[in-house]
Design a protein around this ligand. Structure first.
Ligand SMILES: *Cc1c(COP(=O)(O)O)cnc(C)c1O
Length: 375
């Protein structure tokens, strides 16, 4: 960037220059350019918890059919998609807002509830975007220590003060892969003072077997101040389209709806999601692949003498020691994972579950890296 070009800096909101841009998982093409590798197919990206099976085939077919309609603006109200989700979830369409990824939902919550002098409560090792959005709106962050690698909901309830407007619970949590169960959520919800809104980010929910998915819709139906965030980026394999949604009371959704752009959700995403929602076979295959992969990563970690955090999502934290170095060494072996120093876990890497072949390559590469280091 050209440092001499700064005509507006002094006019900008004073806290903006101090914000830290989000560090995403590195794109395959970027790593290929850096390593001078032409064959991008040889690089495995296990860094962003994407679905390695690709998108649902039904979604792909629907997108092909819809390609020649892309000169038209989308339905800004996403009528059919909200109808379909509402009937599945047992809520009214007015209780659902489609968003440009669930990340946009987090930002719209910031627009709606946060400003200087207000505060969010989150877990110390939860999804970093909550913190980034709080910073964006100049709100304060209470980052509550975890109990082990799991959200400590009692400590989070204790951390709520009169300035607190939002409490964020990622369940299952990224980057730890752990979850709190429905009974723990019930207890927490009963403790939260009523003007504070609870955000339950369920990005990995659909990867859980249905009997382990907490019933969180009931909080919405009971009219509690709660926002559920869900996404098509993970189990449905549509991260590239950017589509998520929020579920809340009609009043809560009405507020968020005032803060969004008119066409925040694109037409291709709407078409793909409608088809993906009917693809139960794809979801089942995804769950099987993830279960299988987690078992393999756990078994190989143990064989290498490494601690890991047992996960219910599609990724796993592995304690390798000097995670950033291992991340870089793995990258030179064409395996892209995630360093965790940004989360205060400098000794861990986070590995997304890949295909069986990728998981094998990954753990073989990790073994090589660790052996080289021990020499
Ligand atoms: C991946 C992830 C999301 C999803 O973000 P999108 O914007 O929907 O792609 C949200 N929350 C958590 C905790 C995640 O890990």
């Amino acid at each position: 960037m050209n440092e001499s070009y700064d005509p507006v800096g002094p006019q900008a909101n004073p806290w903006i220059a101090g914000l830290h841009p989000y560090e995403p998982g590195r794109p395959i093409e970027e790593v290929a350019r850096e390593l001078g590798i032409e064959d991008v197919a040889g690089i495995a990206k296990l860094a962003s918890n994407e679905n390695v099976l690709g998108p649902s085939p039904r979604a792909v077919a629907a997108m092909r059919d819809a390609a020649d309609q892309m000169h038209l603006y989308p339905d800004g109200g996403a009528y059919y998609l909200r109808q379909k989700l509402a009937s599945r979830l047992g809520v009214a369409p007015e209780q659902i807002l489609m968003t440009h990824g669930s990340n946009e939902g987090i930002e719209l919550l910031g627009h709606t509830f946060l400003q200087a002098g207000r505060r969010i409560v989150m877990s110390e090792r939860a999804f970093v975007v909550y913190r980034l959005v709080a910073n964006l709106f100049h709100a304060k962050v209470a980052a509550v220590p975890m109990a082990g690698f799991t959200h400590d909901l009692d400590a989070m309830a204790d951390a709520i003060d009169p300035d607190t407007r939002l409490v964020f619970i990622a369940n299952p949590n990224n980057p730890t892969g752990t979850m709190v169960d429905e009974a723990a959520l019930d207890r927490f919800m009963d403790r939260v003072p009523s003007p504070v809104a609870v955000v339950i980010d369920e990005a990995y929910r659909e990867l859980l077997p249905p009997e382990r998915q907490p019933d969180t819709i009931k909080y919405v139906v009971e009219g509690r101040p709660v926002f559920l965030l869900r996404t098509f980026s993970k189990a449905y394999g549509l991260a590239g389209l950017r589509l998520g949604y929020a579920v809340s009371t009609p009043e809560g959704i009405g507020l968020l709806n005032r803060t969004r752009q008119p066409f925040n959700v694109n037409a291709m995403a709407q078409v793909a999601a409608l088809a993906a929602l009917d693809d139960d076979a794809f979801l089942a295959r995804t769950r099987d692949l993830v279960q299988d992969g987690l078992a393999f990563l756990a078994e190989r970690s143990t064989a290498l003498g490494l601690n890991y955090v047992p996960s219910v999502a599609n990724f796993m934290l592995i304690e390798v020691g000097q995670g950033r170095e291992v991340f870089e060494a793995l990258q030179r072996k064409k395996m892209i994972v995630r360093a965790m120093d940004g989360y205060g876990l400098p000794d861990h890497i986070r590995v997304t579950v890949g295909t069986r072949e990728q998981n094998k390559q990954m753990m073989a590469a990790l073994q090589d890296v660790l052996n080289a280091r021990r020499k």
